[in-house]
Design a protein around this ligand. Structure first.
Ligand code: AMP
Length: 429
């Protein structure tokens, strides 16, 4: 087998999507767009590269993403540029740059596209991966959280994911967080606990103590088990907000569990955070995650503007779907393979293909000048539903042979493409 030289190989954690695979992607993307439209969300397309401070400040200096996962480089104008590791900062930036708030108080936006994080590649974790995400910018009330979570649930259901668990938490607004952070810091600094923590968590005690709940390292598990959790520190307003969100989900019949230790990997979250998880992918169990980010618009220089959003990983979703379905979906099959035999047929084939394609029938041929047997093999390989056999005899008779591959039958059709209709080929199957 021919292989590419080492220096040209694709980068670790990136993928080529070959036609069988990309067809699944297109189907998924179409489904996502249909769900978004149903919920009144409009698509926004933002750049893949952004000024580095957008993430340093927005995603947050204490996050793993900013500390060790960003693809950052200096461009020829000596500017620091980063390949976006997530979509929300760009959407908020675009919202501000286009002065969207002047037009409407509420914006419902969605995106689909690649994200970049220099993580250690493993199953379900890549360096270029793809997310779809939705953002609702403007409303601060719990109804928006309910709408967003309902959208997340509907998008997964529409994609064919049935087996997910919704886990939620409220990490509170500034006052609740301040009180909780202080208590948590005191707890983590107590000598018995502090000694037991890993180096990362010792650092987190100062920078972002909440993140210790996310530490997977063994020494931290035991002391952190007894750490104070946010639920005891929520202000009455935060508590009410969360109660209305939960009540809304119950009315919608969307089951959930509350996990007071759930922390999401981004700094800007406030109040509601949530994650849809699967049991089918091992450690990388989060398919879709999000929450409120009431301070981000202001952080970028805008007026105080609450917002809520989520992002979902398309690779992981497709991996779950692939486990559930048989390979070779109907959409990928070729309608007609044209099997040309002889010089006369070879000259006619481009016209035959053009006529079929004009009828919106997918059509292909052999380009290697091979015999009948090899061409039939190729047709099978392409999953062709029909093979149109065009040889000297057929041309002389003015009738081509149309072989129905699934039924091992054949029929004849007139040779003049002017007599063809889409039905002529469809009916023949
Ligand atoms: P996050 O932006 O970190 O909240 O992630 C949202 C979703 O994106 C996750 O639930 C995953 O489904 C997906 N995701 C995040 N990081 C990766 C990655 N490195 N590779 C593949 N999918 C990812």
């Amino acid at each position: 087998m021919a292989a590419v030289d080492n220096e040209f190989q694709r980068l670790l954690g990136t993928a080529d999507l070959l036609p069988e695979e990309s067809a699944r992607w297109v189907t998924a993307e179409n489904t996502i767009r249909a769900t978004m439209r149903r919920f009144g969300f409009g698509e926004i397309r933002v750049p893949i590269m952004e000024p580095t401070p957008l993430f340093d400040k927005g995603t947050g200096a204490s996050t793993d993403i900013v500390q060790k996962e960003m693809y950052t480089f200096t461009d020829r104008g000596n500017r620091s540029i980063t390949l976006r590791p997530e979509g929300t900062p760009s959407v908020v930036r675009a919202y501000l740059e286009a002065s969207l708030s002047a037009r409407r108080p509420t914006w419902k936006l969605f995106y689909i596209g690649p994200m970049f994080r220099a993580e250690r590649p493993q199953q379900g974790r890549y360096r270029q991966f793809h997310q779809y995400g939705a953002e609702m910018i403007g409303p601060g009330g719990p109804e928006a959280d309910i709408e967003l979570i309902a959208l997340g649930a509907a998008s997964l259901a529409d994609l064919g994911i049935t087996d997910v668990r919704l886990v939620m938490n409220s990490i509170g607004a500034a006052d609740s967080r301040r009180a909780h952070n202080a208590a948590l810091r005191d707890f983590l600094k107590s000598p018995a606990v502090s000694q037991a923590l890993c180096e990362d968590c010792k650092r987190r005690t100062e920078t972002n103590p909440l993140r210790v709940f996310d530490c997977k390292k063994e020494p931290c598990a035991k002391p952190v088990k007894d750490a104070p959790t946010i639920d005891a520190f929520l202000t009455p307003e935060d508590r009410d907000h969360f109660a209305v969100v939960r009540d809304g989900l119950e009315r919608l019949g969307i089951p959930y569990a509350v996990d007071v230790r759930m922390v999401r990997g981004l700094d800007y979250y406030t109040r509601t955070t949530f994650e849809f998880k699967t049991d089918k992918l091992g450690a990388q169990d989060a398919l879709l995650g999000g929450g409120r980010y009431d301070g981000l618009v202001e952080l970028y220089g805008g007026p105080p503007t609450p917002a809520v959003g989520f992002a979902a990983g398309i690779e992981r979703i497709l991996a779950v779907i692939a486990q559930d379905e048989q390979a070779g979906s109907a959409a990928e099959r070729l309608d007609v393979f044209v099997c040309a035999l002889g010089a006369q047929a070879a000259a006619l084939t481009p016209v035959i293909l053009a006529a079929l394609r004009a009828l919106n029938i997918s059509a292909d041929r052999d380009f290697m000048g091979r015999g009948l047997k090899a061409q039939m093999k190729e047709a099978n390989r392409l999953g062709a539903r029909r093979v149109l056999i065009v040889g000297d005899d057929e041309i002389a008779r003015g009738q081509y042979v149309l072989r129905l591959m699934d039924r091992s039958e054949q029929t004849e059709i007139p040779a003049d493409p002017k007599d063809w209709t889409a039905d002529l080929f469809r009916k023949a199957c």
